[in-house]
Design a protein around this ligand. Structure first.
Ligand code: ZN
Length: 331
């Protein structure tokens, strides 16, 4: 009985000890959990665990489980993702972009200012060649000079060969391209205002191309027309010395006009009309560089119209204009 009692007490003690042990383990577990949230509050590690024991565990158990369960898949993903983007972000698709944006701003300018085609042994001179007119004229108006109230058509389609039917804009571009080839071979840098008929560039815009490029000479290639079919010969045009926009460039433009006209008449044997000084041409008034308009001959005159339709005469015209440009820069 006493044994039973003793063993009964022992069993009771064991139970109590086991219960105590379980309690202690449970208590330890709670304390261990407290440590985690405390660790998050880096500022108040020890004190927090003491001052807010109950609140923290409850918060922890409320947040942690939820956060871990839903979060676990999400969090790792976010953690990985942020790390990855962080690497991507530096690689910065963003950094190259800003470089492209500013680069894009100057791009519009190149549209109006074609890149010069470089010659082999360059002589340092830049010639801008404007093949007059274009396939479709533009009758919209523009001031005939900077700040002028006089309005003129932006650009016409020009005249037509009365005997050959060749449009002036075609003849102008053919001779202009020949001139370009010759000038490049002679070491000039050349900018062509147009190299196709399907453009829409006003006369003031053509002048602006030469201005922006800083042309040493702006040569505008045209052919003439007259009501009287007997009228023939070559002439060139420039501003007067009193031109309100660029009278300061009169001497240079006049000289360029003279050298080119002289060369054409010498090479082609055509009649030398004159250098016409006028302040009514938009393509001259907008110029801030030496300029000449070359009227190669009359498309209303049968002889000249037919001559200008031949490769031989076109070659002569191009060579002559190049010679005139050479002479302009000679001294
Ligand atoms: Zn013309």
């Amino acid at each position: 009985m006493s044994f039973k009692t003793e063993s009964g007490r022992l069993a009771a003690f064991r139970k109590a000890a086991l219960l105590f042990g379980l309690i202690m383990i449970a208590a330890f577990a709670v304390t261990a959990c407290k440590g985690e949230p405390a660790a998050n509050d880096i500022v108040t590690p020890t004190k927090a665990s003491t001052s807010t024991p109950i609140a923290q565990p409850s918060d922890v158990f409320a947040n942690t489980p939820t956060g871990q369960i839903t979060g676990t898949p999400t969090v790792p993903t976010e953690q990985v993702t942020p790390t990855a983007p962080a690497t991507d972000t530096p690689t910065p698709t963003a950094k190259p972009t800003p470089t492209r944006v500013p680069a894009a701003t100057p791009t519009p300018t190149p549209t109006l200012t074609p890149e010069p085609t470089g010659g082999q042994a360059q002589n340092g001179k830049l010639v801008v060649i404007d093949a007059g007119h274009q396939r479709k004229g533009n009758n919209e108006k523009e001031p005939d000079g900077p700040g002028s109230t006089t309005m003129k058509a932006k650009v016409s389609s020009g005249t037509t060969g009365h005997f050959t039917g060749i449009p002036e804009y075609e003849l102008n571009l053919i001779v202009s391209k020949k001139l370009e080839t010759i000038l490049l071979a002679r070491g000039y840098r050349v900018i062509m205002v147009r190299d196709t008929h399907d453009v829409n560039i006003s006369n003031s815009e053509r002048a602006e191309i030469a201005n922006k490029a800083g042309a040493n000479a702006f040569v505008r290639i045209h052919a003439n027309a007259h009501d009287n079919s007997d009228v023939n010969g070559a002439e060139t045009l420039c501003q007067t010395k009193n031109n309100p926009y660029n009278g300061n460039l009169y001497a240079k433009s006049r000289k360029l006009s003279e050298t080119v006209l002289d060369a054409i008449c010498a090479e082609c044997g055509c009649k030398k009309r004159s250098v016409v000084e006028t302040d009514t041409m938009s393509g001259i008034n907008w110029c801030q560089v030496p300029v000449t308009i070359v009227e190669m001959g009359f498309m209303t005159n049968e002889k000249e119209d037919r001559l200008m339709a031949t490769e031989e005469y076109r070659d002569k015209l191009a060579k002559a204009i190049a010679d005139g440009i050479d002479a302009y820069f000679a001294d």
